[in-house]
Design a protein around this ligand. Structure first.
Ligand code: SDX
Length: 428
């Protein structure tokens, strides 16, 4: 592989270093481009061809459908690890020893309270408020009650901020659901494991005991792991760029939640179920909706299909699809939209429009079916995505800060008006 790449413009040649990653990804490092050429920049809407950073956290290969966290395959982690182990792995770089894992959870439990005043903020929202908007606001509001978590520069200060977020975020998720359900807010039971306590906080009914169903616990553990990180996706890039201004961890995560909310990103899991329900209401005519998805005049898209990077099966979708069958069988749940989803997938994989564009089911296509079987309401699906993605966002924010990356500030190509004189209103 050459060590430099050359750009030639107006008879002049400019050499730039070539960077090769540990999985042999190759990049042209252009950080001196503008200075070397007297103003030349690159243009790449949506950053489809642009690397924003070097990162050692997650590797994915879209052509081969590979996803690894710190070198461990998603298939192994989903099968063998706990979500808290994966959180530790993503954030600190290695799978924890038992002592390290025990200390992490002990530190988390010490910080699992949320200031009672936060309930007044939650009360200010109407029941109709979308949970993602509530969660983003509450996460940002945490700053007011944890000012020491804002200007964090030392390892210890970062660790303390990270622990506070890993501890309080699940409480905010549970409170967001309970507010929607008109239920009293609950802290669950810290004698349970991290994921089991999340389930108890979310679903314990007043005046009833709550026993965690091992099938539900295992399914949620797997789903959270599968969503935990995904290199420089839209919301993670948001976390990194907000964090690059040193706005603090909580503000960066709050911004990431807002980015994830969009239906083209994490909001797709809710949009998939709404789409499948719509097809079911419309008589289950999947062929009609396949036609709509291919019609350029029709804004309808097959939600849960396609991906910016995966031009092969999303490995997470494969695992979730199998898990959907297992969970629904184990829980004795019949869900007609699962059959509609499978029918759509089969038709799409045989249709040249989808095959030619390498559009396959992504992580969001089947996840909502499992969330629904676990009793999670549709509007909370993207909140569950955020809960899973939290350790990944934290890991990426920490890496960006430890690498002392500069503030993110892209350039542009100006295409507006050239200089013109002000015109008095009487003359316009
Ligand atoms: C996530 O980046 C990540 O890693 C994200 C994520 C993560 O873990 O963080 O994996 C999570 O966000 C998964 C994606 C969830 N979104 C959806 O399921 C929404 C439906 N999918 C699309 O909107 C779309 O596929 C995107 C947004 C996911 C990707 O968009 P791109 O890469 O910008 O691709 P594109 O829009 O340029 O599409 C290329 C072609 C176009 O057709 P042509 O102009 O070439 O004729 O494919 C078509 C598109 O019209 N196309 C679709 C389609 N997705 C793309 N046509 C119908 N249905 C679709 N779903």
């Amino acid at each position: 592989m050459s060590k430099t790449a050359t750009i030639e413009l107006d008879g002049k040649k400019y050499d730039f270093p070539v960077v090769v990653g540990t999985e042999n990804e190759v990049a042209i490092e252009i950080k001196s481009l503008r200075g070397d050429t007297g103003g030349l920049i690159t243009l790449d809407p949506g950053y489809k061809n642009t690397g924003s950073c070097k990162s050692a956290i997650t590797f994915l290969n879209g052509e081969e459908g590979i996803l690894r966290y710190r070198g461990y395959s998603i298939e192994e982690l989903a099968e063998k690890a706990s979500f808290l182990e994966v959180a530790y792995l993503l954030i600190f770089g290695e799978l924890p020893t038992q002592d390290q894992l025990d200390k992490l959870y002990k530190d988390i439990k010490k910080e699992s309270h949320v200031d009672e005043e936060m309930k007044k903020i939650l009360d200010g929202f109407p029941k109709s408020a979308h949970p993602m908007g509530v969660l983003s606001s509450l996460t940002s509001a945490l700053i007011a009650f944890n000012p020491s978590a804002v200007n964090v520069d030392s390892d210890e200060e970062m660790y303390n901020a990270i622990i506070k977020l890993l501890a309080k975020f699940p409480v905010l998720v549970a409170w967001t659901l309970r507010k929607k359900n008109g239920q009293p807010l609950d802290y669950g039971d810290s004698s349970l494991g991290y994921v089991d306590n999340i389930l108890k906080m979310m679903f314990k009914k007043p005046h009833e005991n709550y026993e965690v169903d091992p099938v539900v616990s295992s399914a949620l553990n797997k789903l959270l792991i599968l969503h935990a990180d995904h290199e420089q996706n839209c919301s993670t890039s948001t976390v990194r760029i907000v964090g690059s201004s040193h706005a603090g961890l909580f503000a960066s995560i709050s911004a990431g939640i807002s980015a994830l909310w969009g239906p083209l990103h994490g909001g797709a899991n809710q949009a998939v179920i709404e789409m499948l329900e719509g097809i079911k209401q419309d008589g289950g005519d999947t062929k009609k909706y396949m036609g709509k998805a291919k019609d350029k005049e029709d804004p309808f898209r097959l939600m849960g299909f396609g991906h910016r990077v995966y031009k092969n099966f999303d490995p997470r979708a494969k695992i979730i699809k199998k898990s959907a069958d297992d969970v629904l069988n184990q829980l004795g749940v019949e869900d007609p939209v699962l059959d509609i989803a499978k029918g759509l997938e089969k038709e799409a994989l045989e249709d040249s429009y989808f095959v030619d564009r390498k559009l396959y089911p992504n992580v969001d296509f089947y996840s909502g079916i499992i969330y629904r079987a676990l009793g999670i309401p549709t509007e909370m699906f993207t909140v569950m995505f955020a809960l899973g993605r939290l350790p990944g966002w934290i890991a990426q924010w920490r890496e960006m800060r430890l690498e002392k990356e500069p503030i993110g500030r892209p350039r542009q190509v100006y295409t507006g008006e050239n200089l013109r004189d002000f015109k008095d209103i009487s003359k316009r």
